[in-house]
Design a protein around this ligand. Sequence first.
Ligand code: HDE
Length: 712
Amino acid sequence: MPPKSKPDKPTQATPSTSSTPGTQRTKATDRRGNADELHQGAARGGPVMTTAQGAPLADDQNSLRIGDRGPTALEDFVLREKIFHFDHERIPERVVHARGYGAHGYLETLEAIPELTRAAIFQRRGIRTEAFVRFSTVAGNLGSPDLARDVRGFAVKLYTPEGNWDIVGNNIPVFFIQDAMKFPDLVHSVKEEQDRGWPQAASAHDTFWDFISLMPEATHMVLWTMSDRAIPRSLRFMEGFGVHTFRFVNASGEATFVKFHWKPRQGMQSVVWDEAVKINGADPDFHRRDLWNAIQAGDFPQWDLAVQVFDDEFADSFDFDVLDPTKLIPEEVLPVRVIARLTLDRVVENVFSETEQAAFCTQNIVPGVDFSNDPLLQGRNFSYLDTQLKRLGSTNFTQLPVNAPRCPVAHFQRDGHMQMSLQSGRANYEPNSFTGDQRGPRPDLDGGFRSAQVPENGDKRRIRAESFADHYSQARQFFRSQTPVEQEHITDAFVFELGKCEIPAIRTRMLANLRNVDESLASAVADGLGMPLPSASPAAVAPREDLPASPALSMLDGRATTFAGRKLGILVTDGTDPQVLDAVTTAFENGGATVELIGPAIGGVKLGRRGGRRAVDHALDGAPSVLFDAVALLPSAGGAAELAQRKSAKDFVNDAFAHHKFIGVGSAASDLLAAAGVEADDGMVAVGDSDDAAAFLELCQALRHWARDVQP
Ligand code: HDE
């Protein structure tokens, strides 16, 4: 029975004056206007909510009804407008890189390089250029988990005084394919299989490995995606790469080749696979939360923009074709040169308006930058512009605040869906005699964009250059440049991924390809799969043995590490010693780390030694140790005995141990360690009193205790 309505007065909802629900901005610079007006309106007792047309609302709770319990009137424009807009809230997600997270910041030029490029932002040291960066995974849908094994997109939009320059890169310096023609095939193979609709955000399935095993050119990149680079601990702790060879062009029109690198000043760090799987369950938003938290806490992530610059002579003498995006130039062969620093210092205000509507286009370059003939890059230059129209629905997407250049724009592109600018004047064509000085492009050499003058000729053919034919040598070089720990992780990843392939022939074909990379890798993967090793697949060019290891390709080899920017989780209970707790907290916070407390329940704990109550950040059941970079176990004796009975507490310790984390062990934690079946090793340090905190922090600076021998 429907409840009887009250006979007298229908309820009138009074909108709260503290909310400003209709606040909207149309210009990036219009940061406060509307909100202030609404607040002032509210203060004057005026309306706080309006329709999209601006009509003040008296009731946002109830639709317009005929009688108390009667039908809704079609006349209810308030309801219709609200539902109409809601019905159309979603736009198509990106066909790849759907899951992403963005932040604002700036690029500061550290070195003027006018001899290389005439780009305005590199003419003087100290120039600051506004930037927007969007990180992403590739294969997963918008709602997929952050810790999928995948490449990460690293797309940077620089709002320069000469227009927007987008460096749409990845966290891996090479790509799966050499020609844009194969991109739809690659993406189809990795996305959910079309007849069943799974798996989501995973390359561990038949169609992906079918395609990869049939495309030897993908081998180099899959070595990278099977490495820990594909499961970064944080978006802040990964490198970025422009991948393709681009060109710099100076004021005299002289061109050089250039490759772009982003070097994280926070250092590099990844998680292990078992940890990634568990993070995806415990916090699918792990990466976006981490970035948001860091920026909100004022711990602004930074990357150095570094370049590898080279001329035709180097390109001709280099072992591989610099136009082949499945190849890199080792830093030991051609060192990187730092020219600028990127800082991310502001989170977005609205994820849809900014991150979702951000439209990166590889074709967005500025005077002083140009493309090379890399066939993948050339194809991308079509795809990105095209895809924005599909996704954002109008050629006028460049007018959205996140996409709008910060410099003046002047052109005769007119009309189109959602034209936001008032295109005044009589003439909308060029040349014309109405617009005076602004009548056309700048004729002078210094001002306007000019393509690098490069002679081109040749027969028109569909062909893959011979110089692109070596598919295995750099894959081998990458594998051999990894530390044993990293090699083991790569092997485990291949075993896991190929183990998910149902069709044995696909696994066999991949093993045959891996024999061309490294015999020890191929046989370890075959062992892991419990399959015989097939003969090596025929290679178009025999893989080279003579490429020297490149330590720069490893994440662990000789890299300086720090615990700054990382997170310590401290397990506390009633009775925890406040002095030790405070000493550890202070030491880590002074070292630039974040400290979070985990208690048996979210209500907090009552510390020992008259320490009083202490709030905790997490309840144990919701905060597995995978969410932290290191853990400290500081329960009281009674607390430890109770935790020893709880599976979540034993898992907390077990996982921290299994994931090679450093563990600070309080004087009363032994019951818990014993219950978890964990034995002390060099990766554990006693934190029995306050003096131990510094030693614990020092240990944690190595990030992981790789020497710990644990089975995956
Ligand atoms: Fe992309 N890629 N891509 N890609 N890509 C897109 O553009 C494409 C490639 C990369 O945060 C799409 O706006 C083709 C290489 C990033 O918004 C689409 C080819 C690299 C992002 C597209 C490639 C990338 C994208 C999907 C081969 C690293 C996310 C939605 C010829 C250097 C940007 C969109 C963001 C997004 C096409 C290959 C990086 C469809 C055709 C190589 C970081 O246009």
